[in-house]
Structures are given as structure tokens and as C-alpha cells.
Design a protein around this ligand. Structure first.
Ligand code: HPA
Ligand code: ZN
Length: 324
């Protein structure tokens, strides 16, 4: 249809996708075989069933377990190459990927192994597909501030220049304890890119803005519960990375028809549309635009979503101009 063609041809960027959550079942199975990992399913049907989530904590549990298949530099390179190829096939020319760095550190995998693997694949993908990848290392907020400190330390010591920001995710807890941590990240030139208000309420977004000086909000859909916060987000123009299918799959939004994305855009917020953990949620970026269309958004609004993504990205100015 015309809309499918529009979506296909829109110059797109992806600002909210987790590298590890973008692992396709085929890659999971390949790596599980390679390392003989007993904690993950070993058949395609098994993986599909495993990717049906009861609730948000269950999703996070599966997400963390799937990572046990990532062990050496080649594994990280293989995953990254696959994710980059999938993005490039959707005409995505630039992507910022969250990397669950702490989840690897806690398994005894050195940051160097992670960064060497993903950097190798990043350079290769840029040559092969012309796609630019940037990294947002993050840590699970519910594991406490010390895990964030270890993560930031590893980033500052080993992180390549393609790291653009620092994030916090997983089960949503107060962002208040992370104020000093994010101040240090910002002082080192990293953007403050926390998840907030995915399911933790509008207070998490206010904390992210006031205490973490968030420059973009991961999800942020809970802002619609507080009109004054919506006003503030509109006035300041702080962008929000919205991931509609993810929100239904994790139970953050009960039914897709209830998703606040159209309202957020029409309320003047700088929202973009993103895939979060695409194979785990049976989606990809193009499908998220189709979902937005299904929510009643018009062609011009889909184009605005794509343009907002470019504006909210950390692509350089010439790069942005070439996409808008
Ligand atoms: N939210 C929080 N943490 C995450 C997510 C998410 O959607 N995906 C992977 N880690
Ligand atoms: Zn996310």
C-alpha cells in the first residue's frame, strides 16, 4: 500500500533499541549451540514460546538469561553485525543502541571484550551498509547505584568515541540515587539517556529531568498521567523515545488501542517511534510505524515521527540535514 511504501522510503533513524534485546532467535540458537548454554531454549519453537512475557519483570528475566549466550568478542561482533544488517534493510542509516554493559560485567566479561566486539562490527557495518551505529552503555537501576558506578568506570576507561550516552534501565526504581553518577557521566561528555516513565509513573520522568538532567527520555509514556509534566516536556522540547509494541508486550500498556503515542505527538511532544527489543516483541522499526498508522496517525504524522528521531539523535549536523 501507499503507507507501506511511505514507511519503507522514509529516511529513518532508530534511537531506542537494545543490542542484546535485538538478538534474533537464529542468533540465540547459534550461540547457545556454540557455547552449549543450558539455560536458554534450543529450538525455534522453544525460543518463540520463551519470548511470551507474563509481565515486565518476567521480560527482564528472559532478557538477562538470553545474554548468557554472549561470551567472547566474536559473539558480540556476530550479534552487532546481524542487528546492523536488519536495520540497514529497513533504510535505517543511523542508530543509537543501548548496550547492557553491566549485565556482561557481572558475568565476568571484561568491558574490553564487549567494546572490541561491537566496535569491530560497527566499523564493518558502516563500510558494508553505510549505516552509522552509536552506543549507549547502561546498567539495571534495580541493581543499585554501585552497579552504575562500575559501569560508568568501565565506559570511561575502555569506552570508544562512538559511545554517545549513558543509560539506566531494567525494572524501574527511583532515579534519585543516580544523580551524582549521571553528573559524572555528563561531565565526561556523555549524554544523560535514562529510561523513565515506562511503567514507573510520571515521578520517574520528573526525577530524570531534575536530577539526571536527562537529554532524552526512554519511553516516558507515563507523562500523560500528569498534564503539568506534559506542558514541561513540550516547553523544554526534551524528546521521548516511544516504543509502542514493547509497551504492550511488557504490560506497560494494556491494549495497543490505548497507546498514548498519537496523543503525545498531538500534544506537541517531540516523540519518535522505536523498536526497543524487536525480535523479543515480534516487531521491527518499520512495523512500529505501521502500528502508529494503525493507531490513527496520518502519513504526515509518520513523517513527523521520523523527523523527530533525526532531530533527537546525536548525529552530526550535516548528517541530520541530509535526512530531514
Ligand atoms: N526497559 C527497561 N530496560 C530494558 C528494556 C526496557 O524496555 N529493554 C531492555 N532493557
Ligand atoms: Zn529500552
Amino acid at each position: 500500500s501507499d503507507v507501506d511504501r511511505l514507511i519503507r522510503e522514509l529516511p529513518k533513524v532508530e534511537l531506542h533499541v537494545h543490542l542484546e534485546g535485538a538478538m534474533r532467535p537464529a542468533i540465540l540458537l547459534e550461540l547457545a549451540e556454540k557455547h552449549d548454554v543450558a539455560t536458554v531454549p534450543r529450538s525455534l519453537d522453544g525460543v518463540r514460546e520463551w519470548y511470551e512475557f507474563r509481565d515486565f519483570p518476567h521480560f527482564i528475566e528472559v532478557y538477562l538469561t538470553s545474554m548468557q549466550t554472549l561470551r567472547d568478542e566474536a559473539d558480540f561482533a556476530l550479534l552487532t553485525a546481524d542487528v546492523a544488517a536488519r536495520l540497514a534493510a529497513q533504510r535505517v542509516s543511523y542508530a543509537e543502541l543501548h548496550v547492557s554493559l553491566y549485565a556482561h560485567l557481572m558475568r565476568g566479561i571484561p568491558a574490553q571484550v564487549v567494546f572490541d566486539g561491537i566496535e569491530h562490527a560497527r566499523r564493518e557495518a558502516e563500510r558494508e551498509h553505510g549505516i552509522q551505529l552509536r552506543w549507549i552503555p547502561d546498567f539495571p537501576g534495580d541493581y543499585g547505584v554501585e552497579t552504575g558506578e562500575q559501569t560508568l568506570e568501565a565506559v570511561l576507561k575502555e569506552g570508544p568515541p562512538s559511545v554517545v550516552g549513558f543509560g539506566v534501565g531494567s525494572v524501574e526504581v527511583s532515579r534519585a540515587p543516580f544523580a551524582d553518577l549521571f553528573a559524572r557521566a555528563r561531565a565526561a561528555g556523555l549524554r544523560s539517556l535514562p529510561h523513565a516513565g515506562e511503567n514507573g509513573g510520571p515521578e520517574r520522568i520528573t526525577e530524570a529531568l531534575d536530577l539526571l538532567r536527562a537529554e532524552r527520555i526512554g519511553h516516558g509514556i507515563d507523562c500523560v498521567r500528569e498534564p503539568a509534566l506534559v506542558d514541561r516536556l513540550r516547553a523544554t522540547g526534551v524528546p521521548l523515545d516511544v516504543c509502542p509494541t514493547s509497551n504492550v508486550c511488557t504490560g506497560a500498556v494494556e491494549r495497543i488501542e490505548d497507546h498514548p503515542l498519537p496523543r503525545m505527538l498531538r500534544d506537541g511532544l517531540t516523540v519518535s517511534v522505536n523498536s526497543d527489543d524487536p525480535p523479543m516483541f515480534g516487531t521491527d522499526l518499520e512495523n512500529e510505524y505501521r502500528v502508529a498508522y494503525g493507531l490513527g496517525m496520518e502519513a504526515a504524522e509518520l513523517a513527523t515521527l521520523a523527523r523527530n528521531g533525526v532531530t533527537a539523535s546525536y548525529l552530526d549536523e550535516p548528517g541530520k540535514r541530509s535526512l530531514i
